[in-house]
Ligand binder design. Sequence first.
Ligand code: KG4
Ligand code: ZN
Length: 382
Amino acid sequence: MKILGIETSCDETAAAIVEDGSKILSNVVVSQIDIFAEYGGVIPEVAARSHLEVMMPVVQKALEDAKCTWSDIDAIAVTYAPGLLGSLLIGTLTARTLAILHDKPLYAVHHLKSHVYANWLEVEMPKNVHSRPSCEDASKKSEALPVTTGERERVENGPFLTFPLLALVISGGHTQILYMPAHNKFEIIGTTHDDAVGECFDKVAKILGLPYPGGPSIAKAATNGDENKYKLPHPKVDNLDFSFSGLKTAVLRAVQKELGLPISHPSHDLKNHLSEQQVADFAASFQKTAIDILLEKLEKAREQHPEVKSIVFAGGVSANQKLREMAGHSLQKNLPVFFPEAKFSGDNGAMVAAAAYYEIQSGIEPTNPYKLNIYPRIEITC
Ligand code: KG4
Ligand code: ZN
């Protein structure tokens, strides 16, 4: 089954064709990062216009790269929620029109579900590697097992990514722990009270004068920094919930203190006073603290759900290399831990197609292309 997945929830215009929920036949992503780097963040109206300009060429390229014609496509899937209103509109209107025009079933997919299903996408094997580790090998070497990616259910000796599982979804708009007893079943067991962790990376990057998007800039600056240089607080939030706005303010206060400036000194001016080494040390200390907070909560969730058999990470922040290393050390001892291939951590159409495939397998009916609506803020439902 070949599904065309379309994603335009924020500032990436993306389309991909995926076979049977995992085999990537094409994956086209046009990012608007260059446009928004100038402004230091996304401007929703500009994002919508940019989607409109490239949407159809992106779909066309996805078909060409996959060597498919419309007659090869079995279904169309599109992100309908959550995200920027204008951006969601362009993707859904495109998908609705194409579904009607080419008489294809249309599936409306929640963005966080797509991020989780990026973990089922096939892994590109390095050129010198010819076979995957078997399930048995993996369990034997669980201590040393590297954090793994992709196509879990197709590993030679049977299921590897097994339910029930915990998914940590960490993106620019969300920070949630999801409990997944089976395909397409989600329960939100932890969520943020204020900022998302990706948003926090972006805001701290601004304070430090690092370019948008903040996540990759902080990760890069942190490689030359001392992660123990500045002590930053962990928020006191009950249960499995998160709060990241206090961490951003803590970085701001620590920078003001380090520079000997009053707390009234504007955050946008601080970068002019910081040395490269100070920026690196703040980036490293912040990154380490943010990751510690995420992993502590995930560990708590695992203790509360001893029946869980695997943990998956999802969303733009899951591209973070330090997080991958630290999760490997702390959680991997107990359970297999999975990350999407880094290029599928961020927004893309392949994960939308993968999620729709498992919706179809679960018996979910296609949506009406004449009526599909968008929902900028709706929660994931099972
Ligand atoms: O999933 P995503 O591409 O879009 C949303 O659904 O929001 O996530 C974007 C977020 C941004 O906040 C970005 O700074 C963050 O993911 N991000 C990272 C890294 N790459 C992207 N955060 C930390 N480390 C990274 N390497
Ligand atoms: Zn996303």
